[in-house]
Design a protein around this ligand. Structure first.
Ligand SMILES: Cc1cc2nc3c(=O)[nH]c(=O)nc-3n(C[C@H](O)[C@H](O)[C@H](O)COP(=O)(O)OP(=O)(O)OC[C@H]3O[C@@H](n4cnc5c(N)ncnc54)[C@H](O)[C@@H]3O)c2cc1C
Length: 168
């Protein structure tokens, strides 16, 4: 491909490009006395055999140390209608520890004990197998211990800096 002197496409930041990449929304959770949850869209499948997923967590977020300490995490894939949960678990003013689940319906995962948010589209429970350097985030690789699907069909997605609903 020939090089061009000037690119007609406006240069923008990585953040602006990623705002154009529609994602699902998850809430990551960890078990234990200091259980906590965190909204995350930096989540992806990695391998089917063995079953592996990854999530990227800011090194400064308390969730980072919580996942390393627990050695496990769960993923609740939010459905349309769960926007308030996404906002709650992204709110830095929410209570710390178990109190952040007050008023939130959940049940403990059988493999990890991590909270699985009721009414979600799907859930995964994972054992942390590796943490990779990812700049100001860490890339947590999880081996899937259990995977379950809920009854809902419509997804909550994040696009252009706001929440949307996708109807199947
Ligand atoms: C749609 C959406 C998707 C998101 N996806 C992700 C994702 O994939 N990965 C991710 O990591 N976050 C993501 N976030 C942000 C995350 O949900 C929030 O930052 C959440 O409050 C983090 O929870 P926490 O309790 O672990 O972090 P907290 O400990 O409450 O920290 C929240 C943030 O405050 C800042 N902070 C905390 N302590 C310090 C300190 N000592 N010095 C400086 N700054 C500090 C950091 O930026 C940290 O990320 C997303 C948010 C939204 C709305």
């Amino acid at each position: 491909m020939a090089a061009v002197d000037s690119d007609p496409r406006p240069a923008v930041s990585l953040r602006e490009v990623m705002a154009r990449f529609a994602t699902g929304i998850t809430v990551l959770t960890v078990p234990g006395d200091e259980c906590r949850g965190m909204t995350a869209n930096a989540f992806s499948s990695v391998s089917l055999d063995p079953p592996l997923v990854l999530c990227c967590v800011n090194r400064k977020a308390r969730m980072h140390a919580a996942i390393v300490s627990a050695g496990a995490f769960a993923v609740s894939v939010l459905r349309a209608g769960q926007e308030q949960l996404a906002r709650h678990f992204a709110d830095q003013g929410r209570p710390s520890g178990p109190a952040q689940f007050d008023g939130v319906s959940w049940s403990p995962g059988v493999h990890t004990g991590a909270p699985l948010l009721s009414g979600s589209l799907a859930w995964l429970e994972c054992e942390l197998v590796r943490a990779h350097d990812g700049g100001d985030h860490s890339i947590f690789l999880g081996r899937v211990l259990g995977s379950h699907r809920g009854a809902g069909r419509d997804a909550l997605v994040f696009f252009g800096g706001s929440f949307h609903q996708v109807t199947s």
